[in-house]
Design a protein around this ligand. Structure first.
Ligand code: CA
Length: 238
């Protein structure tokens, strides 16, 4: 079913662009490659891709400003490809509406996994309303969003209301990295301070309740200096 998906690659390094395009084509995706931000914006508008892979360091404009522009008219998933080691670039890209990122150098399997996750999320957003959410299920952890019930290997886990909101938000976006700011605004509202201590304290408590070894989590992973990513649910399908 992949062959219906069209992926726009905006990347000025030709060897990386052709590496990506080759991987995607051999996995059944259709691709369009452009080498500048200007071409990228016009292709994003005219070709209606299902997903955009965007290099942040382009010769003619900053990739982050492309995200800003595309987001004014499209909710097409954007995965940032970044060679930059500065976490602040990833964070601003995500907060401006990018869905995820991969850091160069990356492997084919990592890129393909990010693409599948983003496609699943955009598909889910189109086809489901907020009234009904399929339960989260992974490695014995189940979250029933309608009943607000969390179980681990059939034992009920008791969360505080704040802990539940954090876990539910991560689980509803499972597989995707969420920035500290995005989580805090979702849980505490738009006027929350940008001090992440309160989130980190709650996360420590959540991990004590669900992780066998909180120092080496298997459900909620730390993306250093960026945010958290929850293990992808097993129950979602394209
Ligand atoms: Ca570049």
């Amino acid at each position: 079913m992949n062959d219906t998906f069209h992926i726009l690659i905006i990347e000025d390094e030709k060897n990386i662009a052709s590496f990506i395009s080759r991987i995607l084509k051999s996995n059944g995706y259709k691709t369009t490659t452009v080498y500048s931000g200007t071409e990228g914006l016009s292709a994003a508008a005219s070709r209606c891709p299902d997903i955009i892979l965007l290099d942040l360091g382009l010769p003619d404009m900053d990739g982050v400003s492309i995200i800003e522009k595309v987001r004014t008219w499209s909710s097409c998933p954007i995965i940032v490809i970044s060679a930059r080691t500065h976490e602040s670039d990833k964070v601003s890209a995500l907060d401006l509406g990018a869905d995820d990122y991969v850091t160069k150098p990356f492997g084919a399997s990592e890129l393909l996994a990010r693409i599948r996750t983003s496609l699943r999320h955009s598909n889910r957003l189109r086809t489901e309303t907020g009234l009904f959410l399929r339960p989260y299920h992974a490695l014995g952890l189940t979250i029933d969003f309608t009943g607000r019930r969390v179980t681990l290997d059939d034992t009920e886990i008791h969360f505080t209301p704040i802990e539940y909101k954090i876990v539910a938000y991560l689980a509803q976006n499972s597989g995707k990295v969420l920035t500290y700011a995005a989580i805090m605004q979702n849980v505490w509202g738009p006027y929350i301070t940008d001090d992440t201590k309160i989130l980190r304290v709650n996360m420590a408590n959540i991990r004590r309740k669900i992780e066998k070894n909180p120092a080496s989590p298997q459900y909620i992973f730390t993306e250093v200096s960026v945010g958290y990513r929850m293990l992808e649910t097993e129950s979602m399908s394209c």
